[in-house]
Each structure stands twice: as structure tokens, then as C-alpha cells.
Design a protein around this ligand. Structure first.
Ligand code: UN1
Length: 480
């Protein structure tokens, strides 16, 4: 089996350490062997990016358009093949995996267009005979640290705007899903970029830390856990005045879905099941708290439990599967630990919450609902990052909003209602970066801003035209 190498300075480079990429549906299946970087490899990648920066940042919008459009076109053409790889390495069921690959392709196409639309402003000065212009310039070397749960879409939504704005990139994907990032790098290697403008550095926290601590990195965009995000922010803040870095962090969520008495029950059920359990609940946008008003509580609970129990868990590439395995043994153990915590704090386990050993050695876990009406319970406060939703009964809309807002997080929030008044009030009062009416909290468009408030996100939004905010700095020009 060929060894998958880092892509640094336009070359494929090996490192002494490697890791097997394992299929979570069948851990005996090794998808491939991938290099793991140390601090020296990271330094090589940063150096290559530094050398490439003056060249790539002066490229024309046409060159950037052509490169990104090429990448997007090839990803779309290979979505079946890359989707299968994604399903095998991450465990997402095949239709979701193919959908994610398509999303990555469209993201590159979208930012190809954005490269042509980079614009500034012309303003009148408050002083006579002076013109004021603003322009946007690339930030420099950007390190992009991405998680395992969207192994191609998140690398795409960081790499595409970074390159569109003229930055040079070091991409460090999760050590659990290097396959999609490696395939993406292989496509990028043929897109006509100058060598060093894009680098792939595979590995775990050792490689990530080396990038965060490297003085040659000008900006870090990170999606992952709140703890790692906090460490990155602290490091960037410590560098102020010396090796200051710009940072953008997408972290956890504890996203609420509110279901009101007046909702269409079929819509509500679809939103709850999709939001909590699709992609095995491994989305920072998953609805992990389902908050239901008391009049329809028992009716909804019964339907929600029945639909959840009926979900077919199985191997990611099996066409009958609706829910794939969780990503690895550690995540499986974390889910089981949280089920235990939920029960210890007097939550009622209504369905699921077990390892499904009958499906073999894969990390299969039955989607779980835990009833606990105390908004301060740990299961209602802490992110599990698995197919686990809590169910909370509330009196009315007002209580629903106050419970929904009662966590440190603020990524996404949903409501199911047929009332325009409540839907509007919900959109105004929710402390969240994304609010959904009669739609699941997860599963977002690729061309509009993505991000949260409170402990979920720091820094400018990702995706859509607003993504340019992070990947550029503004220069103000005075011309007399
Ligand atoms: C989605 O809900 O479609 O890590 C995207 C995550 C998010 C992406 C969610 N950054 O789950």
C-alpha cells in the first residue's frame, strides 16, 4: 500500500512517523498509511509558504479563479469516488458523504468567483483635496487546522477563501481523517499554484501545536474543540507585539431545537431526528437539546422515541444504513460515558445509548434520547458530539427561549412553529449565530455566513462573502 506523504513546497515529502487510517465501520480495514508531521516538518511547510507568499499574493484574480475553478470542477466530477473514501474513513453514510464532497466542490467554485469580486471603497475625505481608498490585502501564511467530522468540506471552506484572497496555506487536517485532505491536496497540486502556496501537513496535535507556535504563521483558522480553541487563542494573544497572529475559532455547540404546541408535528419530528442524529450527531450544529412545550410533550416524546428507535444503524457504505458508526473508539467511549453521567444526574434514558455489538467490531452506537428537564444538568450544558439528544419539557414559549439560551454556547438554534409571531420573536431573542425556523439546526448552505456567538466562535464569520474578512487585512489610502 503506498504511503501518503505530506505536500510541502510542491513536493511529496515523507516523515519518519506514520499512522494507519482506519475504517470505523470495520476497524480491521486499513484505508491507507499516512505520514505524521513533527515540528521540523511543520517548519518546512511554513517556510515554503513564506517563500510563496509574495508570488501568490501578487497573482491576478484570473489566476486565482482558474486554480479554484479547476479544483472545484475536479472535486465535483469525482464526488462518488471521494464520497466513498469519506464514508470509509469518517463513517458518514454514503449519501451524506457524497453530499459533503459536492459541497466542497461548490465552495471552490463559489470562491473562484469571489477572487474576481475582491473590492475596496472610495470615500471622500473630511479634508479638502484628499481622496480616501480602502483595499484588501492577503494576511500572509495561514495555518488551517480542521476536524475529522467534515473531512473535505471544512478544509474546502478554509482553503478556498484563503487562496482566493492570495494567502499561502498550510492545511493540517485531523489525524483521524487524513484521506480526504490528502486527495484534496493531490488535486490542488495540479491546479497551477506556485510551489509552496498550498501545503498539506498531516499529523496530530504535535503538528498543530508546531504551527500555532511558529512565528512565521500570520493567521490561524481552527475548527474543533473549545479546549484546543482556548489554547490557540491564548497563544495568539501572548504573541501580541511580537509574533502576533490573527485567529478564527469555530468550537462547540449545545444547539437547542424548540418545538411549540402549534407546530406541524411531522415537520417537528423530521427536524428533531435529522438535527440530532444525522451524520451520527457528529456536527457542531447538531441539535443536542430538544425543548418541547407541555401540551404536546407526551405526544411528541412518543413519536420522537419511536422514530429514533427505528433508525437503521449500520456500515457507512451499506445502502440500507441511515446512521453510520461514530468515528473511533475514544468517541464511542465518550458517548457511553455521557450516557452514564446523564443517568447519574437522574436523566431518563428513553431510547438507545448502547454499543451495538451485533454489528461487529465497528464503533456502532444506538442514537439516544435522555429526558432531563433541568436546564443546568450536565447533559444539557456539555457538548457530547455524538448521537445523543436531551428532551426538556417547558411550560411555554417564554420558558423555551430562556432554557434555549441558558448555555455558554451560541452556534445554531431552531424552532418548529406555525406562528409568525413566535418565529420572529425567536429569531430576535436567540443568542446564536444561526437561527432556523421549521428547519434542522444542522446542514447549512455553502454560500452564506457560518458561525456562532458566545463560547462557540471567535473571529469573523466563515463562508460566503464574509469569509474575506478573516483572510484579508484592510489598508486605508490617503491620496492628496
Ligand atoms: C453543517 O451543519 O452543515 O464542525 C455544517 C461542524 C461545523 C459544520 C457543520 N463546523 O460540525
Amino acid at each position: 500500500m503506498p504511503l501518503h506523504q505530506h505536500y510541502i513546497n510542491g513536493e511529496w515529502l515523507t516523515s519518519s512517523k506514520t499512522r494507519d487510517n482506519i475504517n470505523p465501520s470495520d476497524p480491521s480495514e486499513v484505508i491507507g498509511e499516512y505520514c505524521e508531521a513533527d515540528a521540523q516538518d511543520a517548519a518546512l511547510a511554513v517556510q515554503a509558504a513564506q517563500v510563496a507568499f509574495p508570488i501568490w499574493s501578487r497573482s491576478t484574480p484570473q489566476q486565482r479563479f482558474d486554480a479554484l475553478d479547476f479544483i472545484g470542477t475536479e472535486i465535483l466530477a469525482r464526488k462518488q469516488e471521494l464520497g466513498t473514501l469519506l464514508a470509509r474513513e469518517e463513517g458518514k453514510i454514503l449519501p451524506e458523504a457524497i453530499g459533503e464532497v459536492a459541497r466542497a466542490g461548490y465552495i471552490f467554485k463559489y470562491f473562484a468567483g469571489e477572487a474576481l469580486r475582491m473590492a475596496g471603497q472610495l470615500l471622500a475625505s473630511v479634508r479638502p483635496h484628499i481622496e480616501v481608498l480602502t483595499s484588501r490585502e492577503a494576511v500572509g501564511v495561514v495555518a488551517l487546522i480542521t476536524p475529522w467530522n467534515f473531512p473535505i468540506a471544512i478544509p474546502a471552506w478554509k482553503c478556498a477563501p484563503a487562496l482566493a484572497c492570495g494567502n499561502s496555506v498550510v492545511l493540517k487536517p485531523s489525524e483521524f481523517t487524513p484521506g480526504c485532505a490528502w486527495a484534496l491536496a493531490e488535486i490542488i497540486s495540479r491546479a497551477g499554484l506556485p510551489k509552496g502556496a498550498f501545503n498539506l501537513l498531516m499529523g496530530d496535535g504535535v503538528a498543530g501545536r508546531a504551527l500555532v507556535e511558529h512565528s512565521g504563521v500570520n493567521a490561524i483558522s481552527f475548527t474543533g474543540s473549545t479546549n484546543t480553541g482556548r489554547t490557540i487563542a491564548q497563544h495568539c494573544a501572548q504573541g501580541i507585539g511580537q509574533t502576533h497572529k490573527k485567529y478564527q475559532l469555530e468550537m462547540g455547540g449545545k444547539n437547542p431545537l424548540i418545538i411549540l404546541d402549534d407546530s406541524d408535528l411531522n415537520v417537528a419530528l423530521d427536524c428533531a431526528v435529522n438535527g440530532a442524529f444525522f451524520s451520527t450527531g457528529q456536527r457542531c450544529t447538531a441539535s443536542s437539546r430538544t425543548i418541547v412545550t407541555e401540551k404536546i410533550y407526551s405526544q411528541f416524546m412518543q413519536a420522537f422515541v419511536a422514530s429514533t428507535a427505528a433508525l437503521k444503524v449500520g456500515a457507512a457504505i451499506e445502502s440500507s444504513s441511515q446512521i453510520g458508526p461514530v468515528v473511533n473508539q475514544a468517541q464511542l467511549e465518550k458517548n457511553l460515558r455521557y450516557i452514564g453521567i446523564g443517568q447519574e444526574e437522574s436523566g431518563q434514558l428513553l431510547v438507545g445509548g448502547q454499543r451495538i455489538a451485533t454489528l461487529g467490531a465497528g464503533y456502532f452506537f444506538s442514537p439516544a434520547i435522555i429526558e432531563n428537564h433541568n436546564p443546568q444538568a450536565r447533559l444539557n450544558q456539555e457538548e457530547v458530539f455524538g448521537p445523543v439528544s436531551t428532551l426538556i419539557k417547558v411550560k411555554d414559549f417564554e420558558e423555551a427561549i430562556s432554557v434555549a439560551n441558558a448555555t455558554p454556547y451560541g452556534l445554531s438554534a431552531g424552532i418548529c412553529t406555525t406562528s409568525l409571531k413566535y418565529a420572529t420573536q425567536f429569531r430576535r431573542e436567540m443568542q446564536a449565530g444561526m437561527v432556523m425556523v421549521n428547519a434542522p439546526t444542522a446542514g447549512v448552505d455553502y454560500h452564506v455566513p457560518f458561525g456562532g456567538t458566545k463560547a462557540s466562535s471567535i473571529g469573523p464569520r466563515e463562508q460566503g462573502s464574509m469569509a474575506m474578512e478573516f483572510y484579508t487585512t484592510v489598508k486605508t489610502h490617503y491620496i492628496a
